[in-house]
Design a protein around this ligand. Structure first.
Ligand code: MF3
Ligand code: CO
Ligand code: CO
Length: 264
């Protein structure tokens, strides 16, 4: 394995990450009101692509083939119900009342990436869907709260796992958070499970995503023939929330929220 160097970003670079991150946040806000029964996921994709271009940015997923995969064919990921992540927008996929959909956007602005996702309800959720989505969102914020200088990567996963599992849910192993800068997926990997006190130490200037995928049933994944769409082996629900964050001298800054926003 190649030596993995974790880049520490300068405050100038973090400012650029913040601009990209805020744009990604605004893109999700723009898409949110379109999430309604009857809309198809390609319509969400096409609206996202147009909005991104209009704001002088690029969609990082379009044509992305990190790690030698087949290129991702669309601009955003739309992962509905049992799809864990990397769902491909499709005109024949029409959202129905009671669905949950994760929309994951990554924009490139001035060379830097902003990567964020939220899970939305389509119409009225079932009680279990509502609970899963609420728990998953709280997992993200508990993971973020574990970030500060000299904490360890394992502290993040431990905080997430300790919250998800007592609710009867499972934490996906096969996909992890990642370093992010001018590169979409950079070291280090950030697992959403793990042991407190283990893993590399966090340092000011590290920038990475936290993006827990939490399942109603088993954490095991099945990959579709398209080589991207990852779904739960038992076809039960999966939810996800993601932010791009920076480790600061005093703790953590969420780059995919407007600056100074401290609440979710
Ligand atoms: N945005 C996803 C992440 O959080 C990655 C999507 S890769 C794609 O890391 F090619 F599917 F877009
Ligand atoms: Co990510
Ligand atoms: Co993402």
């Amino acid at each position: 394995m190649a030596t993995e160097i974790i880049e520490l970003l300068s405050s100038r670079e973090i400012a650029k990450m913040r601009s990209a991150g805020e744009l990604a946040y605004e893109l999700l806000n723009y898409l949110e009101p379109m999430v309604k029964p009857g809309v198809n996921t390609l319509a969400l994709n096409d609206a996202a692509e147009r909005w991104t271009q209009k704001h002088g940015a690029k969609s990082a997923p379009l044509g992305y083939h990190g790690g030698g995969q087949v290129p991702f064919p669309k601009s955003i990921c739309t992962s509905v119900n049992e799809v864990i992540c990397h769902g491909i927008p499709n005109a024949r996929q029409i959202l129905r009342d009671g669905d949950i959909i994760n929309i994951d956007v990554t924009v490139i602005l001035d060379g830097y990436h902003g990567d964020t996702s939220r899970t939305f309800f389509v119409g009225t959720p079932s009680p279990v869907a509502k609970k899963l989505v609420e728990v998953t969102k709280e997992c993200l914020y508990r993971g973020i709260a574990a970030v500060k200088p000299n904490a360890r990567i394992g502290d993040i996963g431990a905080a997430i796992q300790e919250y998800a599992e007592p609710h009867g849910f499972s934490v996906v192993r096969d996909f992890v958070g990642h370093g992010i800068n001018r590169i979409f997926h950079a070291p280090p990997q950030i697992p959403h499970y793990g042991d407190r006190g283990k893993g590399k130490k966090l340092r000011p200037g590290m920038v990475f995503t936290i993006e827990p995928m939490i399942n109603e049933g088993t954490w095991e994944v099945e990959l579709q023939a398209d080589q991207w769409t990852a779904l739960t082996k038992d076809r039960k629900l999966s939810a996800q929330f993601e932010h791009t964050i920076a480790v600061t001298e005093s703790g953590v800054e969420i780059l995919t929220l407007p600056l100074k926003a401290t609440t979710h």
